[in-house]
Each structure stands twice: as C-alpha cells, then as structure tokens.
Ligand binder design. Structure first.
Ligand SMILES: [Zn+2]
Length: 101
C-alpha cells in the first residue's frame, strides 16, 4: 500500500479474537502498517461488546502521534479449512455466537 501522505492514517487489518475462558474480545492487528508488529485492541466483554463499534481510527500503540484505521480484511479465499471459515464467519456477523445467554 502506498504511503504518499505520511500523516494520513493507514489501514490496519484486524482479526477478531476471543480469549477462551475469559470472554474478552479483541481485535488483533497482525501486521501494523507502521512497525510490522502485532497489536491488540481490547473490545470488551463478549456479552455486551460490539466489535464493529471498535473499528475505525485508533491511536497506534507504537506511534503516539499517529493513528491507524482498524479494518476488517476481505473475506479469505476458499483454500482454508473449516476452522478458518468459521473464524471468518464470526468476524462477519454476530448472530453466530455460541454464547447467547
Ligand atoms: Zn505498530
């Protein structure tokens, strides 16, 4: 991705994760557009967190004066296995949570 404007926030692709046993949801930036490292952004409790609301521009943890835009990546292609598809579905729609209580 071209970096023509150094100050413009860059998109950062995220993966939705939860922490087994804790019900904490967070977005994981697998490759930061600035430092290439992985950053995690806690969304909140699985029960009442709204992952989509946590998307958008946030300060980059590694660059105090810059921001990036948390962005859900395009859907993965079909090469992946069942587990991968399940993950993609979970990040795409919220009615598939197994814990509705
Ligand atoms: Zn970074």
């Amino acid at each position: 991705m071209a970096k023509k404007d150094r100050r413009a926030p860059q998109p950062a692709f995220v993966t939705l994760r939860d922490l087994p046993g804790t019900r904490v949801l967070f977005w994981v930036v697998d490759a930061c557009p600035y430092c290439g490292e992985r950053h995690m952004h806690v969304i909140g409790n699985l029960r009442d967190a709204e992952p989509v609301d946590a998307l958008g521009e946030v300060p980059a943890p590694c660059q105090p004066d810059r921001a990036y835009i948390l962005t859900v990546p395009p859907k993965p292609k079909r090469k992946a296995g069942k587990e991968e598809r399940r993950r993609a579905r979970r990040s795409g729609q919220r009615d598939s949570w197994d814990d509705e209580t």
